[in-house]
Each structure stands twice: as structure tokens, then as C-alpha cells.
Design a protein around this ligand. Sequence first.
Ligand code: NAI
Length: 297
Amino acid sequence: AKDPIRVLVTGAAGQIGYALVPMIARGVMLGADQPVILHMLDIPPASESLNGVKMELVDAAFPLLKGVVATTDVVEACTGVNIAVMVGGFPRKEGMERKDVMSKNVSIYKAQASALEKHAAANCKVLVVANPANTNALILKEFAPSIPEKNISCLTRLDHNRALGQISERLNVQVCDVKNVIIWGNHSSTQYPDVNHATVKTPGGDMPVRQLVADDDWLNEEFITTVQQRGAAIIKARKLSSALSAASAACDHIRDWVLGTPEGTFVSMGVYSDGSYNVPAGLIYSFPVTCCDGSGL
Ligand code: NAI
């Protein structure tokens, strides 16, 4: 049997956390034959609620779940983890400027970065979900200089999946037959969803999305704004921000990173720019990526 992999989820008592931890415990993230130990971190005001999540994990009797650490101690949470999914953060509240949120996050990410650097397993892979995701990932990178930059990423897979979803709805095809959209840039309304390399699997082979969607205006306008503003549309409808889709995207991101992207497929991830595609080096920016098995844990 395989050794368990330790997966940290910060902000585990929150909305995304509540959707994400059962997915991890069911093998959605790392595979149906991969045992896991969940590390869940939240802050003291959420500690009772975090404990409730732990009780539910016990009650769910997940065969792959070999242990649960639920804590408000950053060092205990980070110790020995192979994967860290950073969902916790300070939410922007009414009347707060972006820079106020940013300065709160700097202190949070500074502490969590040094705990990961000192106590996580060697080669720990980090995915930042909490907004502003690209910036938080960069802060984490700055404060954890010994973690290789290739091991620090942020989530734009939700935007990627939203783009696949919109194309599948428009063309009335299965979403699993659509691939190779690209999200460029930030996980924010400034992102650029790009369909120029996207294809749909048809009985006659892969066909370009541009060719199948004859309506260029839709592709150049409505498609782009729908993907850019989907988060706001979910908040409007649910009065809460995306959670199950964010959790599912986080699983997709880690699974492809650890187990490899399928042959001929690329996915979007926010990664440290080396200057490729003329994107300034040193930014955390969403690019098309492929991963091959063996990136290791
Ligand atoms: P939430 O408010 O329900 O949960 C956040 C949790 O983080 C709370 O339980 C809170 O107590 C905890 N927390 C706060 N400070 C913490 C700290 N210092 N250490 C550990 N935990 C801490 O929020 P939700 O809906 O789960 O969203 C979480 C984050 O994910 C938000 O920043 C949101 O904007 C972001 N997000 C990112 C997406 C992406 O695609 N990158 C998509 C959707 C949300």
C-alpha cells in the first residue's frame, strides 16, 4: 500500500474548505488508491467550527483518510505536509481598501510561509487560493526563499474550467471533449481567457473552437466577459462566493501537477514567470502549462 500523503488546507472551516476536504478524503485530488492525512488550519474564532468539520470527517468514514490534524497552530499545521492548499485569508470587508486587505495578508502569509519553509516536507507543493491569489502567492514566495519557486502556484484553474464550461454550453458538446483554453494573467477581472488554441473532440477528430463557434463576436466579447465576471455572477445568485467549483478546481490543479497533464492537453496555472511569452520575469502569472509525472512529492 502507498504511504499517506499529508495535505494541508488553511481556512478549512470556511466555505471552500468545507467543500474541499471531503473531495481530498475521497481521492478526488490524488487518486482513488492514495491514502491521505488531512491537516486543517483555521484561526481561533473558527476553532469550534473547525472541530465540527473534523467530527464530520470522522462520521464520513472515508477509507482513504488515515488521519486528521485540526489546529489553530501554524507550525503544527505545516509540519510534514507534502501539499499545502492556502485557502485562508482575511476577507475584504465593507469600507476596506484593497491595500488594507493586502497588508493583513502580508502578515498572514509571512507567518505561514516561514512555517512551511521550516516544517513542511522537502519538495512541498503550494497552491494559493485565497485572494488576491497571485499577490498572496508572490508574498509567500518572498517569505519562503528556500522553497523552490516552481513549487509555488496560485489557482486560475477555476477560470480555466469556467471557460471550458461556457464553450461546452454554447456548442452543446460534452465539457470533457473541450480542451486547451488558456487563462492569461491574474485571477481577477483583468484576466484574459484565450480560446485561440482550444479544440473540441469530434467524431472526425479535434476541431478548433474558433471554427465551430462561427460567431466571432460571441467569442471576442460575451465569452470573455462572462468568464471574467463569473465570480461576481455566482455571488449575486448565491449570496456567497464560488465554493464547490473552487474546491473542485483546486483538486484538478493539484492532480494534474502531481500526476501529470494528459497527453496533448495543457491547463492554466498561476506560476512564477521566467520571462516566457514576454511576461515580465518575477510575476506570479497564469500561463498554459503541462506537467509530467514525476514532479514528485
Ligand atoms: P470563507 O470566509 O468562507 O473562509 C475563509 C476561512 O479562512 C475562514 O474559516 C477564516 O476563519 C479562515 N482564515 C482567516 N484568516 C486565516 C488565517 N490567518 N489562517 C488560517 N485561516 C484563516 O471564504 P471562502 O469562500 O472559503 O474563500 C476563501 C478564499 O478563497 C477567499 O480569499 C476567496 O476570495 C478566495 N477564492 C479564490 C478563488 C480562486 O479561483 N482563486 C475562487 C473563490 C474564492
